[in-house]
Design a protein around this ligand. Structure first.
Ligand SMILES: *[C@@H]1O[C@H](CO)[C@@H](O)[C@H](O)[C@H]1NC(C)=O
Ligand SMILES: *[C@@H]1O[C@H](CO)[C@@H](O)[C@H](O)[C@H]1NC(C)=O
Ligand SMILES: *[C@@H]1O[C@H](CO)[C@@H](O)[C@H](O)[C@H]1NC(C)=O
Ligand SMILES: *[C@@H]1O[C@H](CO)[C@@H](O)[C@H](O)[C@H]1NC(C)=O
Ligand SMILES: *[C@@H]1O[C@H](CO)[C@@H](O)[C@H](O)[C@H]1NC(C)=O
Ligand SMILES: *[C@@H]1O[C@H](CO)[C@@H](O)[C@H](O)[C@H]1NC(C)=O
Ligand SMILES: *[C@@H]1O[C@H](CO)[C@@H](O)[C@H](O)[C@H]1NC(C)=O
Ligand SMILES: *[C@@H]1O[C@H](CO)[C@@H](O)[C@H](O)[C@H]1NC(C)=O
Ligand SMILES: *[C@@H]1O[C@H](CO)[C@@H](O)[C@H](O)[C@H]1NC(C)=O
Ligand SMILES: *[C@@H]1O[C@H](CO)[C@@H](O)[C@H](O)[C@H]1NC(C)=O
Length: 414
C-alpha cells in the first residue's frame, strides 16, 4: 500500500518535472521494455565564426522536444542520443562492469547551417565535440541524480547540465527507486569519491526540480584529518606561523544545520606574520577561513575568525574573540575535541590543536601550554585537598563515635 503511494508520488513528481523545464526521455529495448531513462536540463554555449569574420558565442537550451533515434541498449554498453532541431544531437555512451556503470563520453553535434540557432554562420558544416562527463561509479540498478550544475567544457562548446536524473541499464523495465547522488549534491566534504546510495522509498525525499531545496540529512562526519599548516615570511626562510589541527565547521543556514570538515589535502594556506597581528587563511574548495591572532607582547590569542562557505552563500565573522590564549614565544595546544561558538549560527570544532602565531624559532613549535594540563593542574590539588579533609573528618568521626560508645557501655561486652 505505502509502496503504491510512493509510486504515485513518484509519477506525480515525474510529471511536475516535465511541466517545468527539463527534458525527459525513455528509451525502450528490443523487448519494448524501458532500458534507459533520462530527465535532465542542458544549456549549450557555442562559439562560432560569423560570415564577416568575427566570432560570437550563443547560448541555447536543450529543447523539450527531442527524439531518441540512435539510442540503444546492450548488455554492458548503451547509448542515449537526443536529437533536436535541424540535425543537432547530444549523445552519451554508458558502459557497465556488472556492479557499477559510468558515462564514458558525451558527443555534441551541431549543424551550423541551422540559421535559427546560428545566424550568419561562416560555415555550413555539422561539427561535433566529444568529451568525458563526470558521471562515474553509479551503482547498478540505481538512478544517477545530480541537481547541482555540472559544467562540461570542450573547445568551442560548453555544456551546463543540472537537475540530472539518469538510469542506464534499467532492469526489468522499471526505473529504480534508489539513487546514486553526485558528490556535488552531498553537502559535506568527506572523501572526494564518495557516492552516497540513498534509498528513495516513501521515507526519502523524491527528486525535486529546484536544486536549492535539498533536504539531505547531514550524515555524521568522520573525525577530520589533522592538517599541518605554516606560513613563511618569504620563500627562503623558515615558518613564522605554525598551526596543526583537524577542523570541523558547523553552521546554520535558515533551518538547516550543516557541518563540514576541512580537508587538509585540498587546502591552501596563506597569510602573514606581524609584530602584533598574524593571519592564517585556509582555502579549500568548500570554504575559506581566516584566523587573526593578536599579541600584546606578553600573551597571544585568536582574536578574529571569518568563515565563508563556498557555494552555499553563508559567512560568519567574530572580531572579538579571545581563544587559544598562551604566552608569546610558546604554543597553544589542545588535543581533545573542542567546540567553540563563534556566532549564534557558527561553531568551530578542533581536534589535535596546536598553534603558534608568533615567535616561531627554526620552524618548530616552542613549549606548549596545554588546555587540558591547565585544567588538570588546577583541579588535582583541589581534589587531593578535598579527599584529605574528608579522610580527616571520617577519622575524627570514628574516634568520637567509638569514644562515646565505650563511655556508655564500658568494656563489659568483652
Ligand atoms: C542542417 O541544417 C540545414 C538547414 O536547416 C538543413 O537543410 C540540413 O538538412 C541540416 N543538416 C543535417 C545533417 O540535418
Ligand atoms: C554551404 O553548402 C553548400 C552546399 O553544400 C555549398 O555549395 C556552399 O559553398 C556552402 N557554403 C559555405 C559558406 O561553405
Ligand atoms: C534499493 O532499495 C531496496 C529497498 O531498500 C533494497 O532492498 C535494494 O537492495 C536497493 N537496491 C540497490 C541496488 O541498492
Ligand atoms: C566556456 O567556459 C570557459 C570558462 O568559463 C570560458 O572561458 C569559455 O569562454 C567558455 N566557452 C564558451 C564557448 O562559452
Ligand atoms: C632566496 O634564495 C635565492 C638563492 O638561494 C636567492 O637568489 C633569492 O634572492 C632569495 N630570495 C629571497 C626572497 O630572499
Ligand atoms: C590525502 O592524500 C594522500 C596522498 O596524496 C592520500 O593517501 C590520502 O588518502 C588523502 N587523504 C584524504 C583524507 O583524502
Ligand atoms: C604593534 O606593535 C608596534 C610595535 O611593535 C606598536 O608600535 C603598535 O602600537 C602596535 N599596534 C597595536 C595595534 O597594538
Ligand atoms: C569575511 O570574509 C568575506 C569573504 O572573504 C569578506 O567579504 C568579509 O569582508 C570578511 N569580513 C570581515 C569582517 O573580515
Ligand atoms: C568584546 O568582548 C568583551 C568580552 O568578551 C565585551 O566586554 C566587549 O563588549 C566586546 N566588544 C565588542 C565590540 O563586541
Ligand atoms: C559542545 O561542548 C559542550 C560542552 O563544552 C557540550 O555540552 C556540547 O554537547 C558540545 N556540542 C557538540 C555539538 O559537540
Amino acid at each position: 500500500m505505502s509502496r503504491y503511494a510512493a509510486f504515485v508520488l513518484f509519477l506525480f513528481v515525474g510529471l511536475e518535472f516535465q511541466l517545468s523545464h527539463g527534458t525527459e526521455v525513455q528509451v525502450k529495448g528490443a523487448d519494448k521494455k524501458l532500458c534507459l531513462y533520462a530527465n535532465l536540463t542542458i544549456s549549450f554555449s557555442v562559439s562560432y565564426e560569423l560570415a564577416v569574420g568575427k566570432n560570437v558565442t550563443i547560448k541555447f537550451p536543450l529543447p523539450d522536444n527531442v527524439t531518441t533515434d540512435g539510442s540503444k541498449c546492450e548488455n554492458t554498453s548503451s547509448t542515449l542520443k537526443l536529437n533536436f532541431g535541424a540535425g543537432h544531437s547530444w549523445a552519451v555512451n554508458f558502459t557497465s562492469n556488472g556492479k557499477k556503470y559510468q558515462a564514458d563520453s558525451v558527443m555534441f553535434s551541431y549543424n551550423l547551417s541551422d540559421s535559427t540557432i546560428f545566424p550568419n554562420s561562416a560555415l555550413n558544416d555539422t561539427l561535433s565535440v566529444t568529451t568525458k562527463p563526470q558521471i562515474t561509479d553509479v551503482g547498478m540498478d540505481t538512478c544517477y541524480s545530480c541537481k547541482s550544475t555540472d559544467e562540461i567544457q570542450a573547445d568551442l562548446v560548453n555544456m551546463t547540465l543540472w537537475n540530472v536524473l539518469i538510469q542506464a541499464f534499467v532492469i526489468n523495465g522499471s526505473r529504480s527507486e534508489n539513487l546514486t547522488i553526485c558528490s556535488a549534491d552531498v553537502p559535506v566534504t568527506t572523501a572526494p569519491t564518495t557516492t552516497h546510495v540513498t534509498n528513495s522509498t516513501s521515507t526519502a525525499p523524491p527528486p525535486t526540480t529546484t536544486p536549492t531545496t535539498t533536504p539531505t540529512p547531514t550524515p555524521t562526519l568522520p573525525t577530520p584529518t589533522t592538517g599541518q599548516y605554516s606560513i613563511k615570511p618569504d620563500d627562503n626562510s623558515t615558518a613564522c606561523l605554525l598551526a596543526n589541527f583537524g577542523l570541523r565547521i558547523g553552521f546554520k543556514k535558515g533551518e538547516l544545520y550543516q557541518e563540514m570538515n576541512l580537508e587538509p589535502n585540498r587546502t591552501i594556506a596563506s597569510g602573514s606574520c606581524g609584530a602584533n597581528s598574524s593571519e592564517l587563511v585556509l582555502k579549500s574548495k568548500d570554504m575559506i577561513i581566516m584566523f587573526t591572532f593578536t599579541s600584546d607582547t606578553k600573551k597571544f590569542s585568536l582574536h578574529a575568525l571569518n568563515f565563508t562557505a563556498v557555494g552555499v552563500p553563508f559567512s560568519g565573522t567574530n572580531n572579538n574573540l579571545s581563544l587559544w590564549e598562551a604566552e608569546v614565544n610558546s604554543s597553544y595546544m589542545c588535543n581533545k575535541e573542542q567546540n567553540y561558538t563563534i556566532t549564534s549560527l557558527l561553531s568551530l570544532y578542533t581536534f589535535n590543536l596546536q598553534v603558534q602565531p608568533f615567535g616561531v624559532k627554526k620552524g618548530l613549535f616552542s613549549t606548549a601550554e596545554d588546555c587540558q594540563a591547565d585544567a588538570e593542574s588546577f583541579l588535582v590539588p583541589i581534589a587531593v585537598g578535598v579527599a584529605l579533609l574528608v579522610l580527616i573528618f571520617i577519622v575524627l568521626l570514628a574516634y568520637f563515635i567509638g569514644r562515646k560508645r565505650n563511655m556508655a557501655t564500658g568494656y563489659e561486652s568483652f
